[in-house]
Design a protein around this ligand. Structure first.
Ligand SMILES: [Zn+2]
Ligand SMILES: [Zn+2]
Length: 363
């Protein structure tokens, strides 16, 4: 049973502490991955702040890349040393959602046996089926996708969450067709990927909505054709003026309830609102039901971009290798595991892009 260094949350809103933990061996359908990189996602921060509850102590981190170092007895199709992306999407393959092609909505919620323990035997939760703020993880086979060796781990790690969530929101959940007009509310880590997803899928015009000129400039580098500042007051009016009509698709990529209050106002006839950003539990938004009823609009929740990781991650990795998908540009900082609190603080200050913990292979 190997010992690993991990960043542990012992109380909400406190700094993470680096501890030595025991990681159990993989079960028959699990694999062990020694990590090269793990990105810090806003969901990790929301969990660490207690916004969504959950057991403590816990190890967060769910956007990771590494190499296979252990294989369960029933695992096929992977070799030790294979470069893999590790996601939080665990799927059973047989429930109604999995059987109908939506593994991100897997209905089998059973928890895996404890993976992490302190030297005194205390259980530590590996949150989101991952616990990837750690040198190594043990995850279910379904959570992992193999990728070519040559791709840099700190870039492909982003494919595990932010990229699939943003691109999948417009392509899978939103079913964007070429020629449609798109509004993306929020040009952060998920929003920039919704924007480049819309560009890749052939959107006619892409309006980015955010609070600063700087974020709108970044959005344009990722494919936005127009930018609207929320500080302008009734920002939907500016978007409708720019498009000359309501949008076919509005993706809400931030968790602010104000964004959810405003989002339907950007929609045109038959438009779809894709709901991606996750406000804290209990938060509510309001809208006028008569409008979607009269205008034939759709409100669509999108979990993890409705992704099928074995289909979508190799697709996106190829686009990246061909220069058609931006990943390197999303990495804003590289940090060591013992700097994780500084990296989290930097992300919390509103950095649109990803801070990545990089593990030194030689260490
Ligand atoms: Zn995430
Ligand atoms: Zn399932």
């Amino acid at each position: 049973m190997p010992e690993i260094q991990a960043a542990v949350c012992t109380a909400f809103n406190e700094k993470l502490t680096i501890e030595t933990l025991h990681l159990r061996d993989p079960g028959p359908d699990e694999i062990e991955v020694t990590l090269d990189a793990v990105a810090i996602c806003h969901s990790d921060i929301h969990f660490a702040e207690g916004a969504w509850g959950g057991a403590l102590p816990a190890v967060y981190g769910h956007e990771a890349a590494g190499r296979v170092t252990g294989l369960g007895a029933r695992v096929t199709g992977l070799e030790p040393g294979t470069r893999v992306v590790v996601t939080l999407i665990k799927s059973c393959g047989t429930c109604q959602s999995c059987s109908t092609g939506r593994p991100a909505l897997c209905e089998a919620t059973g928890a895996a046996p404890t993976k992490l323990t302190r030297p005194d035997g205390t259980e530590v939760a590996a949150a989101m089926h991952c616990g990837a703020f750690a040198e190594r993880v043990v995850v279910d086979r379904s959570q992992v996708v193999a990728l070519p060796d040559a791709l840099p781990p700190e870039s492909v790690a982003l494919l595990a969450c932010g990229v699939i969530t943003g691109i999948g929101a417009v392509v899978n959940a939103g079913r964007l067709r070429p020629g449609e007009d798109v509004v993306v509310i929020g040009a952060g880590g998920v929003g920039l990927n919704a924007i480049q997803g819309a560009r890749i899928a052939g959107a006619r015009r892409i309006v980015a909505v955010d609070m600063t000129e700087e974020k709108l400039e970044t959005a344009k580098a990722f494919g936005a054709t127009h930018g609207v500042l929320t500080t302008e007051g009734k920002p939907w009016r500016h978007a409708l003026r720019a498009l000359g009509r309501g949008a076919d698709l509005v993706a809400v990529t931030v968790g602010a309830t104000k964004a959810y209050d405003d989002a339907p106002r950007y929609l045109g006839w038959g438009g779809r609102m894709v709901m991606v950003g996750m406000p804290e539990t209990g938060a509510t938004a309001s809208y006028e039901p008569v409008i979607p009823a009269f205008m034939g609009q759709h409100f669509i929740g999108s979990k993890m971009g409705d992704v099928v990781i074995s289909r979508d991650i190799p697709w996106m990795a190829d686009l990246y290798a061909q220069g058609r998908l931006k990943l390197d540009e999303l990495v804003s900082g590289r940090w060591r595991l013992d700097q994780i609190n500084e990296a989290i603080e930097d992300t919390r200050r509103g950095g649109a892009r990803r801070n990545v913990i990089v593990f030194d292979a030689a260490a």
